[in-house]
Design a protein around this ligand. Sequence first.
Ligand code: FAD
Length: 456
Amino acid sequence: MQPSTNVLICGAGIAGISAAYHLAVRHGVKDILLVDERAPLSLTSDKSTECYRNWWPGPGDAMVGLMNRSIGIMEELAEESGNIFHLNRRGYLYLTADPGVIPAFERAAQEPSELGAGPLRVYRSQADDPEYIPAPTEGYKNLPTGADLFLSPDLIQKYFPYLPKTVIAALHARRAGWFSAQQLGMYMLDQARVHGVEFVNARVTGIDTSRGQINSVRLSDGSTISTPRFVNAAGPFVKKVGKMLGVDIPVFTELHLKVAFRDPLGVVPREAPLLIWTDPQTLPWSEDERDFLAEEADTRWLLGEMPEGAHTRPEGGADSDIMLLLWEYHTKVMDPVVPPPLDDMYPEIALRGMTAMLPRFSEYFERIPQPMLDGGYYTKTQENRPLASPLPVEGAYLIGALSGYGLMSACGAGDLLAAHITGSGLPSYAPAFTLERYQDPQYQKLLKNWTSDGQL
Ligand SMILES: Cc1cc2nc3c(=O)[nH]c(=O)nc-3n(C[C@H](O)[C@H](O)[C@H](O)COP(=O)(O)OP(=O)(O)OC[C@H]3O[C@@H](n4cnc5c(N)ncnc54)[C@H](O)[C@@H]3O)c2cc1C
C-alpha cells in the first residue's frame, strides 16, 4: 500500500520547522512529514545574522503585528526552555552623522511607534528628558519596548563612547536583539518530533493533484506519499516547487553575504547592540590605493559614493572576540545556485565600510584579519512582505518569501500558517500575507506608491 501522511511539508529551514512545530505542538495535528534534501536549517537559516526587531515601517500595521506576535512566541519558547537559544534584547542602534537628515530620521522613528511597536522616548540633554534604561548584555525580560531617540551628541557619547563624536542622532529600537537561530530551530524541531513529526531526508520531485486538489507527493528516494495537504517551505526554491503545483509564486532571490572577523583589539565592546550606519559614505583609501583603484573600470566604483546600511554586531559569549559585518553595497538579483557565489572583495569592503561608524576598524587595514565569509539568498516579493497563505490548489499552502527577516518572523509566520491549515481564528494581519492580496485592486494601487521595504 502507498504510504500516506496528513500533512507533508517541503523544506526544513526555519519556516518549515516552525510550520511543523505550530501544527503538531500547538494545534495537536497528527501525522506530519517534514521532507528536506539537506540537513535541517542548513541552506539559508544557518547563514543569517540572527537578529530580530519589531521596528518595521508601514504601510499599515501588519509587519509590526506579525513581528510582535513572532517575538512574543520566541519569548514564550525562551521562558519554557530556560532560554536555550540565548535570546537577548540589546536592541538595534541606527546612527547618523548628517544634520540634513534629522527631520527624516525623527519622522522615520515615529512611524513604527504609531503602528504598535511601542512608545518613542526622545532625549535632548534637557531637564525634562525621560529616563533612559540601558540594555543589558544578556536577557530579554522586563525591558522597554518602542525606541529611544537621542538627539544630543553628548548623550550618545555618554552611553556609546566607542562611537565617533560626529554621530549626532541615534535611534535605539528596544524590542530587538539577537539569538541562536540554530538552537531555536532545533528546539522547535525536537518539540515537533516529540509530538510525532517525522523527518525524511529526500528531495520533493513532483506533486500530483486530482480535480484541483493535492493527492500525492513524489520523492527522490522513489517513494510516492499520499497526502491531502502540502506545504511549500522551500526557501529560495519556493518558485521552483510552486511550478510543480502549477502555481506561480511571485518572488525573486537576492544574494546576501556576511563576514565574520576576530576583533582582538576590542574595537567594539562585547556588550554593544547591533550598530547600523544609516548614511551613504565614501570608503577610506590611501593616495596610492586611490590611484590604483582609479586605473580599472571594474574597481573605479569603489572611489564613488557607497550606500547606507553597513552594520555589525558582536557574536558569541564574553570569551569570544568575533564580529559579524554586513553591508549590501551591491544588490545582486540571481536565480539561486548552491553553494552561493562568494565575492573575495567583500571582507575588505565591509571592513572599510565600518570605519565611518567605528573608526578604529582602520587599525586592521595593514593586516586584515582572516575573514570567515558566507551567504545565502533573500527570497522576496516585490514589496518585501512575506507569504503565509493557502494556494489556489486545494490542500496546498505556502510559507516563504521571508527575505532578510525570516528568523525573526518564523514563529509568527508558522503560527499564522497553522491557523490557515487548521481553520482556527486568523489574526487581523492575515490578509496582508496571503497570495490573494495581489488580486485586490486597492492593494495594486498601494503597490504603485510603495516606498520603504524596511530591509537592512
Ligand atoms: C546573510 C544573511 C543574513 C540574514 N540575517 C537575518 C537576520 O538577522 N534576521 C532574520 O530574521 N533573518 C535574516 N536572514 C534571513 C533568513 O536567514 C531567511 O529569511 C530564512 O533563513 C529563510 O528560511 P526558509 O526556511 O524560508 O528557507 P531555507 O532556510 O533556505 O530552507 C528551505 C529548505 O527547503 C529545502 N528544499 C528546497 N527545495 C526542496 C525540495 N524540492 N525538496 C526538499 N527540500 C527542499 C532546502 O534544502 C532548505 O533546507 C538573513 C539571510 C542572509 C542570507
